[in-house]
Structure formats: structure tokens, C-alpha cells
Design a protein around this ligand. Structure first.
Ligand code: SAH
Ligand code: SF4
Ligand code: F3S
Length: 464
């Protein structure tokens, strides 16, 4: 804003008062990235982002609908937030639960004024103005061209940038609500993504994570995901390139070659498996068999030696038998995942899985037992791998102060967390560490070289 322009007046506030906005985020990285876009939208309208809800002029809860439990948490939180609202605070619900429940949410939470789905965020400040005048609004329209290209995200402080490259999902996994809440798949233009990566690097970030529900099916009409990886990997100053989540069916030979050739691509892939049983995978409509999944793992490991793999697994999908579950346990063993997110199936209204015969429902105690067993199997494998790594050296990027204590939290290229002493290095620095201890999942380490020894050479020339 220049000095000659009139100050923006919002809802009767004096021009000198900058209104505040607080956003609380649930769910996946896509939601976290959307929250940054929302904050950017409000910042462009003169709002100050704040990190506590107390008395904020606008409170937004950016929600997730993936499992029933996620939604229950949000309803609980909406109740709690009443205590933090000032008389004029506008409370809005955004994200996947907003999209799924729409006007129903206004009925169930009378102190909520706005319900806005993932394609409606550019209208948020205007809707807030309307809410100040007493309106309650619901906007859950899909806008298949919406990528918020003109919005500058207000990024959380940190050393890495999450960059959405694709919105929506065209797969139809039978358990999943995401196609309903996020709409059809669409990709941003390659040039726009590359520009955002350049901006992030110029702002001091050296790592980016490309985001999409099936990120490797990215296609902007001209360029595929392979071309995107190569273009992003060539941005000067970018040192680490990650992406999440890929679908096993979209790892074309071109994508694998681009991963192998692009030095910034890190040696870690999060490859959701969901089940190790072909029968269950078919009923989930995952579109691959157990063997095809394992073959994808082999191809990835051949392309990127030393690749770490993490995954998502669901237990208790309707009709899952003990044998099916044993197949999942054996797949976890065969692959040797470094880590896994494990979930108990949660029926989502409107998804095809809810139309399966009631007698196929897996009793809750059976599903819970499987979950416990699966978690133990994942931990056993992960611990065994991690113990073998003790004494080895790795390049780490120091990401932040750890949540507890004053240790520094750093990350290897293959996504292991390493805790370092408080004065070992600076946040944002790359250095080489030796791994000295492990809890089974995370490591402690000491800096052996305050420069970085890269595991892969031929990085693009770094520029200032
Ligand atoms: N697009 C990503 C997944 C997004 S959802 C992908 O396809 O890989 C993240 C994870 O939540 C999924 O991988 C799945 O394991 C889990 N999930 C999704 N729907 C679920 C449901 N109804 N019940 C339990 N877990 C679910
Ligand atoms: Fe959901 Fe499947 Fe799409 Fe992932 S690929 S978001 S699990 S429908
Ligand atoms: Fe949840 Fe929506 Fe992400 S349902 S997992 S916030 S896409």
C-alpha cells in the first residue's frame, strides 16, 4: 500500500487498527499449505496473522475429514474456541470438513459464521466482511481452475517450503473422502511452480516438498511430473527436493529417470500401500496388486540406491480376513519400511466402502488388535534398520529447535530425524553428522563436519 491510498477499513474498525487473523490447521500438508494461502489472502487485505486465538478478529479452523476421529476433534475444538472469542470475533470453518458438511456445520455449531471449502478461499476476506454485517455464509463450490496463482502464501517460518503442484484427486479409492472434499484433479502450470520455488529459495529456503494427492500423476497439459522434477531440481540454490504422496501406478520410467538424474531429489519416498493383500487392494480400488506394489518398490530402489521408504496402511477394511491381514504383515516385512502411518478403517458417509454388506464389517476389537500388531511389526523393522545405521555419517539439514528441551532437530536426506546438541549448528545449516544413538525411531548425533558431505554428486550450480 502506498501512502496516498486510503487505509482499508474493516467492519467499522479504525484505520489505524490492523485486524488480526488466527488459523488453526488439521489434516495433511495440503491443508497446511492452504492455510498459508489463506493467511496470504488476509495479509494482502491488511490483516496481521497471530499465533494465538485469544481475541483474534478472525479465527479459522482449517479442517480434515479423512477419518471420523478427525472430525470429532474439530467439533470439540470449535466448542473450546468459544472461550477465546471476543464479542466481534468471526469464526469460520474451512477445509475438507467444511466441504463435506456445508450448511449442516452451521446448524451443528451456531457460533460459526462461515463454512468455506478448499476452492473458495479467495472470497474469505469478503465473506468475513459480510459476517460482520450479520451474514452466515456457506461456499462449497468447486472451481476446477483455482490454483490461487495470484496469492502470495504467508509461509510458516522454517527452512523448507511446501508447494502444491496439484489439487483434487481423480482416483476413487473406495474408502476415501478426498475426491468428494477436494474435487477433480488439476495441475498447476510448470512455470508457475518453478517461479514459486525460485521465490522460496530467494527467501532462504533450500528444501521444497511438492504436494499433491497423487503428486506423480502431475500433468499440466504439456509437462509431466518427470519434467517438473527436472525443472524444479535445476533451480539454483535448491538443495533438497521431496514430494508427497505419489501413487504407485504413476511412477513412469520417465519419472524414475528424472528422480535418478536430479541430484536434489532426496533418497526417500512415501509410498502409500494401504494393504498387502491383492484381494483387499482390489476392493479398495487401489488399482494395483500386491505384486505390482512390490515391483514398484524394486524399481524405485534400483533407480535410487539407498532409498528409504515409508507408507500408509489401513487395517480393518470391510471384508479383510485374517489371511488378508497376514499378507499385509508379510508385505511390511518384505519391503522393510523405514516407518509407516497406520490407520484403522473409518467409514466415511457417501464413499463406496460404506455400501459393502454390513456382515463384512470388521469388528472394532479385531481391527484394534490388527492395528496393534501392525504397529509392533513396523517398529520392529524400523528399529532393526536404524540400529544398523549407528556410527554412519549423513548430511543433515538443521530444521528447528526440538519441541522438548533445547536440542536441535535435523533431518537426513532419507528423512531420519537426528537430534543434535543445542550449540552444534545453526538452524538452516547443512552439516555432516555421525549417528550416535537411536530410540528406535529417531537418532541422536554429533557434528563431524560443519560443511556437508553430499551422498549424491553433480548438484546444479548453487547461486546466491
Ligand atoms: N492421497 C494420498 C492419501 C491421502 S489420505 C494417497 O493416495 O496416498 C492419507 C491416508 O489416510 C491414506 O493413505 C490412507 O491410508 C488413510 N485413509 C484415507 N481414508 C481413510 C479411511 N476412510 N479410514 C482410514 N484411513 C484412511
Ligand atoms: Fe484418496 Fe485414493 Fe485419492 Fe489418495 S488416491 S486421495 S487415497 S482417493
Ligand atoms: Fe484431510 Fe482433506 Fe488432507 S480430508 S488428509 S485435509 S485432503
Amino acid at each position: 500500500m502506498t501512502g496516498t491510498e486510503p487505509a482499508i477499513t474493516l467492519g467499522g474498525m479504525s484505520p489505524t487498527e490492523r485486524p488480526t487473523v488466527y488459523v488453526e490447521t488439521y489434516g495433511c500438508q495440503m491443508n497446511a499449505s492452504d492455510s498459508e494461502l489463506m493467511l496470504g489472502t488476509f495479509a494482502a487485505r491488511g490483516y496481521t496473522p497471530v499465533d494465538r486465538p485469544d481475541g483474534a478478529d478472525v479465527i479459522l479452523v482449517n479442517t480434515c475429514a479423512i477419518r471420523e476421529h478427525a472430525e470429532q476433534r474439530v467439533f470439540g475444538r470449535l466448542g473450546e474456541l468459544k472461550r477465546h472469542m471476543a464479542r466481534d470475533t468471526i469464526l469460520g470453518v474451512t477445509g475438507c470438513m467444511a466441504q463435506r458438511l456445508g450448511a449442516d456445520l452451521l446448524r451443528r455449531a451456531p457460533h460459526v459464521s462461515l463454512v468455506v471449502g478448499p476452492d473458495g478461499y479467495r472470497a474469505l476476506p469478503a465473506l468475513v466482511d459480510g459476517a460482520r454485517a450479520g451474514a452466515r455464509a456457506v461456499d462449497t463450490a468447486f472451481h476446477p481452475d483455482e490454483h490461487y496463482e495470484d496469492v502470495r502464501p504467508r509461509r510458516a517460518a522454517g527452512v523448507k517450503a511446501w508447494i502444491p503442484v496439484q489439487r483434487g484427486c481423480d482416483y476413487r479409492c473406495t474408502y476415501c473422502i478426498v475426491p468428494t472434499t477436494r474435487g477433480p484433479e488439476r495441475s498447476r502450470r510448470l512455470a508457475d511452480v518453478v517461479q514459486e520455488v525460485r521465490d522460496a529459495v530467494a527467501a532462504g529456503m533450500t528444501e521444497v516438498v511438492l504436494l499433491g494427492q497423487t503428486v506423480n500423476s502431475y500433468h499440466d497439459g504439456t509437462a509431466d511430473f518427470a519434467a517438473l522434477l527436472r525443472a524444479v531440481g535445476a533451480v539454483p540454490g535448491l538443495r533438497r527436493l521431496r514430494f508427497t504422496s505419489p501413487h504407485p501406478n504413476d511412477f513412469s520410467t520417465r519419472v524414475l529417470a528424472a528422480m535418478a538424474d536430479t541430484a536434489a531429489v532426496c533418497e526417500h519416498v512415501h509410498l502409500p500401500m494401504q494393504s498387502g493383500s491383492t484381494r483387499t487392494l482390489r476392493r479398495m480400488l487401489r488399482r494395483y496388486t500386491r505384486e505390482e506394489y512390490l515391483r514398484c518398490v524394486d524399481r524405485l530402489r534400483t533407480a535410487i540406491p539407498g532409498l528409504a521408504l515409508t507408507t500408509d496402511v489401513i487395517v480393518g477394511f470391510p471384508g479383510e480376513t485374517d489371511e488378508d491381514f497376514q499378507e499385509t504383515l508379510s508385505a511390511v516385512d518384505v519391503v522393510g519400511f523405514d516407518d509407516a502411518y497406520t490407520f484403522k478403517f473409518s467409514p466415511r458417509a457417501g464413499t463406496p466402502a460404506t455400501r459393502l454388506p454390513a456382515e463384512e464389517t470388521v469388528p472394532d476389537d479385531v481391527a484394534s488388535g490388527r492395528l496393534t500388531e501392525l504397529i509392533a511389526a513396523v517398529r520392529r523393522r524400523g528399529r532393526a534398520r536404524n540400529v544398523q545405521l549407528l556410527g554412519t555419517r549423513h548430511e543433515v539439514l538443521v530444521e528447528k529447535r526440538a519441541r522438548r528441551g533445547d536440542a536441535l532437530q535435523a533431518r537426513t536426506r532419507d528423512f531420519k530425524t537426528v537430534l543434535l546438541g543445542p550449540d552444534a549448528a545453526a538452524v538452516g545449516q547443512y552439516c555432516t553428522v555421525a549417528l550416535t544413538g537411536t530410540t528406535g525411531s529417531t537418532f541422536t548425533g554429533v557434528v563431524v563436519d560443519s560443511g556437508a558431505a553430499r551422498r549424491r554428486t553433480a548438484l546444479p550450480l548453487a547461486a546466491g
